[in-house]
Ligand binder design. Structure first.
Ligand code: NAP
Length: 248
């Protein structure tokens, strides 16, 4: 049994994760920490690992505390740039045996969608990405769409592919979306939507669409549990859930 504390336990994602950790046969929920609660409860409850799904301004303080106490962490909270990752590596050097997994995306389907898109990319002349989210989302394009564009661009470069063809010479600003690493990304904000993405590839006489739909936050829980099972045996920093899934 892994003794788990959840940070951000009363949040939209945190409350779903608490339920999953309570229900899984090999994890035991020992602490639910929300803003204003004492983080020391983690130590008192004997937590071996935490899941942090709080806010970018809170997460570093939480992780500093966890690493000082040898508590492993699976982190879904966004906002990790190179500077933050370097800080974490420094803290981890002082906490041998402790692991941190930064998981920008807990959805196994989204990870597979990115992998399939990158695998297909060298075979097609054209590729564009369309992401769709609820209208309360504040950033565009989504982190997943950006990452997909980077992976697709990397795969095209490795295969020696040239630029994506596009004869557009006049048009309204924004009509062709944003460009990420040479790949066009289009964002829709639609009430009722959760998180959806299509990667549309095209070559002579055919198109191929790789599509993923997140329909409910519960879709994140298998990834969270896989992260918890892995992080307790994985000292140091890991970035991306794909490294702990048994992907071909
Ligand atoms: P949310 O509903 O706003 O939940 C965040 C929770 O964290 C709130 O209940 C907040 O409490 C609490 N909190 C703030 N500071 C805290 C602290 N120092 N210690 C403990 N709890 C604290 O947001 P959400 O939609 O659940 O998302 C949470 C994070 O996960 C965001 O960064 C989001 O971008 C990210 N996310 C990641 C994935 C993924 O797949 N990796 C998926 C979805 C979301 P108060 O409201 O009382 O301040």
């Amino acid at each position: 049994m892994i003794k788990v504390g959840v940070l951000g336990a009363r949040g939209r994602l945190g409350s779903v994760i608490c339920e999953a950790v309570e229900t899984a046969p090999d994890t035991d929920l020992v602490a639910r920490i929300g803003s204003g609660d004492r983080i020391e409860e983690l130590v008192e409850a004997g937590a071996q690992a935490v899941v942090d799904v709080t806010r970018p301004e809170a997460v570093m303080g939480n992780l500093e505390f966890c690493l000082r106490h040898g508590i492993h962490a699976v982190v879904g909270t966004t906002g990790f740039d190179e500077e933050r990752l370097a800080t974490l590596r420094g803290w981890l050097e002082q906490a041998p045996g402790t692991g941190v997994l930064i998981a920008p995306n807990f959805s196994i389907g989204a990870i597979l969608m990115m992998r399939f898109a990158a695998a297909a990319a060298p075979f097609y002349e054209s590729v564009e990405i369309v992401e769709m989210h609820h209208p309360d989302k504040v950033d565009a394009p989504s982190g997943t769409a950006r990452r997909t564009a980077e992976l697709v661009a990397e795969a095209r470069r490795a295969a020696g592919a040239g630029p994506v063809p596009d004869a557009t010479s006049t048009g309204l600003e924004g009509a062709r979306g944003a460009e990420v690493d040479g790949i066009r990304v289009h964002g829709l904000r639609i009430r009722g939507a959760v998180a959806h993405q299509e990667v549309v590839l095209g070559g002579v006489g055919e198109t191929l669409t790789v599509r993923h739909d997140s329909l409910d936050r519960v879709s994140f829980t298998p990834g969270v549990l896989a992260g918890l099972r892995a992080v307790v045996d994985r000292p140091g920093l890991t970035v991306g859930l794909e490294h702990v899934l048994d992907l071909p």
